[in-house]
Design a protein around this ligand. Structure first.
Ligand SMILES: [Zn+2]
Length: 333
């Protein structure tokens, strides 16, 4: 047995030399001094030894066990970098890691989706590079509408533009689904606007569409009133002023009571009202393009800027703040 133990001692040396990480050390601990480990097994065999042999082997086993234990401690200290016997208090609370959070624009988008989900609207998506057909023609833009001009839209090639609004998603969805339909779509839009405090060449839009039999203007007003009251977290009245959009007839500009003031502030230009959305009843020509029966179905659509909603909600003075990635600005929300 003495020879066996000498071989075991050599094996231990070799094993610990090649161990390079604390997980390997744990395996070695189990291998040698664990309950079913090699050294423990020899201790069990001690009973079968003669009286003369017992003390010597016992001593050898003890020294092997001590060797393994001190190698374990020594290597573990080395791997954990704790070589100067520094005492670590494992019960101390750890350092708090810096936590990220949603960008303010993402917060607005998430909130909008939440509100419309409670109203049973689905969320639809579409491509940002759009054909001129979906971006203009299907939405009843006449051929010489200024929006179709190179000056106002980013043209990718003949026939393709960066979508100037999220309305093409409505057309694509209506082509795929039969009424009744309740959707919102949110996404990036692009217009060749100069960069200033209230314009960006890229901005985000929310757009909604509801189609069914007997949908009328008061449904539109009801949905928008609920949305704005939820979004601004206060009772909000809305006002519809006649307007014009190619894809709705009649069309309206939607204004809401200023969420900031009672009697006039710079944000609402002292009028108490803030214009936020465009809206209207879907033009029968748009229904015809997607093969909906415009005699049977009616629908409303509305849309507005995500940045503008955010600006009004948080009284922000410059749209460019959203995309400058200044952490001092973003951390405030
Ligand atoms: Zn105001």
């Amino acid at each position: 047995m003495e020879n066996e133990l000498n071989l075991l001692a050599a094996e231990i040396d070799k094993d610990f030399e090649t161990a390079t990480e604390s997980k390997a050390l744990e395996n070695l601990r189990i291998k040698y001094v664990g309950k079913k480990g090699a050294i423990s097994a020899y201790y069990e065999k001690m009973g079968k030894l003669s009286k003369e042999e017992r003390p010597k082997i016992g001593q050898l086993l003890n020294s092997l066990k001590n060797k393994v234990e001190s190698l374990l401690t020594e290597k573990l200290e080395k791997f954990s970098g704790n070589t100067n016997n520094e005492i670590i208090d494992f019960s101390m609370p750890g350092y708090k890691l810096p936590a990220g959070k949603y960008h303010l624009i993402s917060q607005t988008i998430r909130r909008i989706k939440e509100i419309f989900r409670t109203l049973n609207f689905d969320i639809a998506e579409g491509p940002e590079i759009e054909t001129e057909y979906y971006n203009f023609e299907a939405l009843n833009f006449p051929p010489h509408h200024p929006a179709r001009d190179m000056q106002d839209s980013f043209h990718i090639d003949k026939g393709h533009v960066l979508r100037t609004h999220t309305s093409p998603v409505q057309v694509r969805t209506m082509e795929k689904c039969k009424p009744p339909l309740k959707i919102i779509s949110i996404g990036k839009c692009y217009r060749n606007d100069p960069l200033d405090a209230s314009h960006l060449p890229m901005f985000q839009q929310i757009e909604g569409l509801m189609v069914d039999e007997d949908i009328n203007f008061s449904d539109l007003k009801g949905v928008l009133k609920i949305f704005f009251s939820e979004f601004f977290q206060k009772k909000t009245n809305i006002r519809l002023n006649p307007s014009f959009f190619p894809f709705t007839e009649p069309s309206a500009e939607v204004s809401v009571t200023c969420p900031i003031c009672q009697s006039g502030c710079p944000l609402c230009k002292k009028s108490g009202w803030i214009e936020l959305f465009g809206a209207g009843m879907v033009d029968p020509n748009v229904f015809r393009n997607v093969k909906y029966d415009s005699e049977k179905y009616t629908g409303f659509a509305f849309g507005g800027g995500i940045e503008r909603l955010t600006i009004i909600k948080h009284s922000i003075n410059d749209i460019r703040h959203f995309y400058e990635n200044d952490i001092r600005f973003l951390n405030q929300f």
